[in-house]
Design a protein around this ligand. Structure first.
Ligand SMILES: Cc1cc2nc3c(=O)[nH]c(=O)nc-3n(C[C@H](O)[C@H](O)[C@H](O)COP(=O)(O)OP(=O)(O)OC[C@H]3O[C@@H](n4cnc5c(N)ncnc54)[C@H](O)[C@@H]3O)c2cc1C
Length: 480
């Protein structure tokens, strides 16, 4: 009987379209292993919301494997050492995995690979996290892309995306004897297991964190979202985007599966024009990874040098109010509360709250990126880093710093009936449409008649947007 192969699982928590699993199954017995080593990933070990998701993703994967006569081996400890020990226990001669491209993780994987090889184990690294090879796409003058549109044109025109048909689930031969495994609870991923408090009720209500849940959401996207995606994608008050980001982040669905399914839908229905805007966003994810791969310091270092001297403020109370969704700007507060309650926030509102933090409050973008890291179920080092630097005006292809979102006009435009605000800021639910976006502009008497006293039921705005904008622009003048 051939020696078993270990499949080291990290962000590919699925059975379908899993190149490392297919590779292992072609050789003989397969031992799927997940090693929990948060210290190795510090400071970017999964945050609370992502840990909750991870718990359920691992549980789901184990159940699916058991239905096929296999199982998931869980271990806690340093990755390479632990894998070596499992390999010895089960007599495996090879460890295989799907490559991770995020800065911070990529070089740790390289170190892990070197350690495994030094211990006499064969290794094989497959590709599945991205549709493109970040080192294989270059501008005409050489080097990485900094602007999305030329990147998009290049990968499409030169066929540089790996969009072939996804792989089927292979048969998974079992080893003669299974190695020992920790119980899932030993990883202490769920909040009640860690700190005795169950704050995950909102996450449970909002998500089905399984591989099947990802495929259901993709099917829903085809049936319900795609037709109006281009017009609805900026509307937080409607369910108008794919909501696939946590499934993509945890690898419960691969970008190739998403691409292939959408393109097949377009071929079948002839609606290529409807599919294209969403496919473009999927490639936007590639672009974020491309940029972070080439600028691996960006999770902590500001990309544009001139912003290093920007006079960011140091104001713990302002930061705390932003986190709690108590800024007094209803659309900003709705976004921050949606984030805390459901672990996700609509993209348009992510941009608004990020602009508010970095420009109206002039707090460093890293504070925002760190809070998102803790609270997003889709917290992803490349996407989060790229988008925070982009919104703050200091990244690649950035929104210029002087373009500062007005939280009131954005609210009126993208949440015209206040449906989104009413959902997440219930103390304002009874305000009429012409008041809800900026309640402080209405007289105290009228507000009182409507059941709201500012400063008691809901905060007054913590800054005056027009004044804050002028201050931010003046600060920008000092570094531009
Ligand atoms: C400040 C800020 C922080 C962000 N942090 C993250 C993060 O940690 N993780 C994350 O996955 N996304 C992040 N995003 C990007 C974006 O908000 C989410 O990917 C999107 O809201 C996910 O919802 P969806 O699946 O419905 O998106 P859809 O609009 O349906 O798009 C489909 C897919 O395309 C990709 N995509 C779409 N927009 C972007 C984008 N701007 N950047 C990168 N990929 C994109 C995602 O994988 C998404 O699932 C951030 C955006 C901002 C402004």
């Amino acid at each position: 009987m051939p020696q078993p192969t270990l499949v080291w699982l990290r962000h590919s928590l699925r059975l379908r379209d899993h190149p490392a699993l297919v590779h292992a199954a072609e050789r003989g017995p397969v031992v799927p292993v997940f090693v929990w080593a948060p210290d190795e990933e510090a400071p970017w070990a999964p945050g609370g919301a992502a840990r909750w998701w991870l718990h359920h993703a691992l549980q789901d994967l184990d159940e699916q494997l058991r239905e096929r006569g296999s199982r998931l081996i869980l271990r806690v400890g340093p990755s390479a050492e632990t894998l070596r020990a499992v390999a010895e226990e089960v007599g495996a001669d090879r460890v295989v995995w799907n490559r991770r491209y995020e800065p911070n993780f990529a070089h740790r994987d390289d170190e892990g690979q070197a350690a495994l090889q030094a211990a006499g184990l064969e290794t094989y690294v497959a590709e599945s996290q991205l549709l493109h090879d970040p080192d294989g796409v270059e501008t005409t003058s050489g080097g990485p892309y900094h602007v999305f549109t030329p990147f998009w044109k290049k990968v499409r025109k030169e066929n540089l995306l790996e969009t072939g048909p996804p792989l089927d689930i292979p048969d998974l031969p079992a080893p003669e004897a299974w190695p020992s495994s920790e119980p899932l609870e030993a990883l202490e991923l769920r909040p009640e297991a860690r700190d005795g408090v169950d704050w995950a009720g909102g996450l449970r209500d909002a998500w089905t964190p399984t591989e099947a849940g990802g495929h259901d959401r993709l099917q829903y996207t085809l049936d319900t979202v795609l037709g109006d995606y281009d017009t609805d994608r900026d509307r937080p008050d409607v369910d108008g985007t794919a909501r696939l980001s946590p499934y993509l982040h945890h690898g419960q669905i691969s970008p190739r599966q998403v691409w292939h399914t959408i393109e097949s839908w377009a071929d079948d229905t002839g609606r290529h024009g409807h599919a294209r805007p969403l496919l473009r966003q999927v490639v936007f994810r590639e672009f974020a990874y491309h940029w972070c791969h080439h600028y691996p310091d960006t999770p902590t270092e500001t990309y544009r040098d001139k912003f290093t001297d920007f006079p960011w403020r140091d104001d713990a109370e302002a930061l705390a109010r932003w986190k709690r969704g108590e800024t007094g700007y209803p659309i900003v507060d709705a976004g921050m509360r949606q984030l805390y309650e459901t672990g996700w926030m609509h993209n348009r509102v992510r941009m608004l709250v990020a602009s508010f933090l970095t420009k109206d409050l002039m707090l460093h973008w890293r504070h925002g990126a760190e809070w998102f890291w803790k609270t997003l179920v889709d917290a992803d080092l490349s996407a989060n880093t790229f988008n925070w630097q982009w919104t703050a005006g200091c990244g690649a292809d950035a929104q210029p710093f002087f373009r500062i979102f007005n939280p009131v006009s954005q609210s009126e435009r993208y949440d015209p009936d206040g449906t989104y605000i009413r959902r997440y800021v219930p103390e304002l639910a009874d305000l009429p449409d012409d008041v809800i976006h900026a309640p402080w502009q209405t007289s105290a008497a009228r507000l009182k008649a409507l059941g709201v006293t500012l400063g008691t039921d809901y905060p007054r705005p913590m800054v005056d947007h027009a004044e804050a904008r002028e201050e931010a622009l003046a600060a920008y003048e000092t570094v531009k």
